[in-house]
Design a protein around this ligand. Sequence first.
Ligand code: DQA
Length: 149
Amino acid sequence: YRFLILNGPNLGALGKRQPEIYGTDGMEILPVLLDKVMGHRTADVELEYYQSNSEGALIDRLEQAREQGMHGVVFNAGAYTHTSLALADCLAWIQVPCVEVHLSNVLARPEPLRQKSFIGRHVIGVVAGFGMLSYALAVQALVQHHEKE
Ligand code: DQA
């Protein structure tokens, strides 16, 4: 399987950004963690990584994932989760299975706005609150999704 690990705004600053909420690890450890969690399955799963702070670039990358015939997307849209009808519209048509992920448990955060997800309607499921492990759980969920087909 080929999956895209897609990160939205401010996620490039992970490790420096509000470590009390998002932890002290930077995004560079994500490939190491995912390889470790995938264990013997690493051979069946090829991961591509992309991060952008801009909404349009994220949409372009999602359209590209469709053209490439990617088997899934693990998507942390950051704050665009709660604001972007444009990203929701994109996920609604590209027909690439997507798992929404968040490092923090967005439902437990104090700002009520974070409890709303525009993209939630167009994803197969959501993993939130487990830090970097959220991404690993999402990759496993995508593998399961394909294996039960
Ligand atoms: C986030 C949660 C969002 O509310 C926030 O805007 C982010 C990160 C998370 O991973 O916990 O940028 O998606």
